[in-house]
Design a protein around this ligand. Structure first.
Ligand code: NAD
Length: 258
């Protein structure tokens, strides 16, 4: 699908890179022979544990802090690709949400997406285009931002915002050789589920595999995706093979939203 030699002179940014889909995306880019990776996460130990062969600049911080992005600006010079993926999940119906939980989900999932997108767009705009191409960006949304799911209101609302952010940004920069897309995963087997009390209770009673299997029962495919499956799809959207694709929200949910 991709010409790996194309990546050797390129720089990519991945947020939420210490775990799950972000870590798998960093590994995917590493396998393409990417020239330089800038990895952002609040989890220093998780970033340390990644075994990558390309040059890596690991940045420990909170994507929702504007100062992180101001400080990073110079390092983003020459940016080719960005996977803006850091996110947290929280459960709870809208009527039951504490304002504190609502604000935290909005801060990480929406403010963090905006701040990282603005920084990536700024860096791409400052560079000279090569063959009309300046860069490509993928934001991680969620199928819960497309199909309403009861009980995770704040998260779904934030992810609907992320998907629309990708569409609007795509429209604004399409003429400048920058592509912006989003991926909307359904269930993926990652650590994010540990933040769900129902999931933790299920794991305690039935084990992790059986709990994931039960949750995937409502998905036509019958199982959750792996982080590597998502990384391959994100990689396609980043790659030159997707040169005509911008403003798309690619649903990767095993048929869940059908
Ligand atoms: P994960 O928990 O394995 O990874 C998320 C990473 O983001 C972690 O390394 C975490 O430390 C980092 N992070 C969280 N808040 C941060 C912050 N404020 N600043 C910097 N880093 C931060 O989960 P994942 O499933 O790989 O999640 C990746 C993205 O995929 C998220 O945006 C999530 O909402 C989205 N998503 C996941 C699923 C799923 O089922 N796993 C489904 C749909 C969407």
């Amino acid at each position: 699908m991709s010409d790996t030699s194309a990546y050797t002179t390129r720089t990519a940014l991945v947020t939420g890179a210490a775990s799950g889909i972000g870590a798998a995306s960093a590994r995917w880019l590493d396998r393409q022979g990417i020239g330089r990776l800038i990895l952002v996460d609040r989890d220093a130990a998780g970033l340390d544990a990644l075994e990558l062969s390309c040059p890596v600049q690991a940045v420990v911080g909170d994507v929702a802090e504007e100062a992180l992005w101001t400080g990073l600006d110079a390092r983003l010079e020459g940016l080719d690709h960005a996977v803006l993926n850091a996110g947290i999940a929280t459960g709870g119906a809208i009527a039951d949400h504490s304002f504190e939980d609502w604000r935290r989900v909005m801060a990480v999932n929406l403010d963090g997406a905006f701040l990282s997108l603005r920084a990536a767009l700024g860096a791409m705009r400052r560079r000279e285009p090569a063959a009309g191409r300046r860069g490509s960006i993928v934001l991680t949304a969620s199928v819960t931002g497309i199909r309403p799911v009861a009980g995770i209101g704040a998260y779904g609302i934030a992810k609907a915002g992320v998907a629309h952010m990708a569409r609007i940004a795509a429209l604004e920069v399409a003429g400048e050789g920058i592509r912006v897309n989003a991926i909307a995963p359904g269930g993926v087997d990652t650590a994010i589920w540990e933040s769900s009390a129902d999931f933790r209770a299920g794991v305690e009673r039935h084990g992790r595999d059986a709990t994931l299997q039960a949750m995937a029962a409502t998905t036509p495919r019958g199982r959750f995706a792996t982080p590597d499956e998502l990384a391959g799809e994100i990689g396609f959207l980043l790659s030159d093979a997707a040169a005509n694709i911008t403003g798309t929200v690619l649903v990767s949910d095993g048929g869940y939203s059908l």
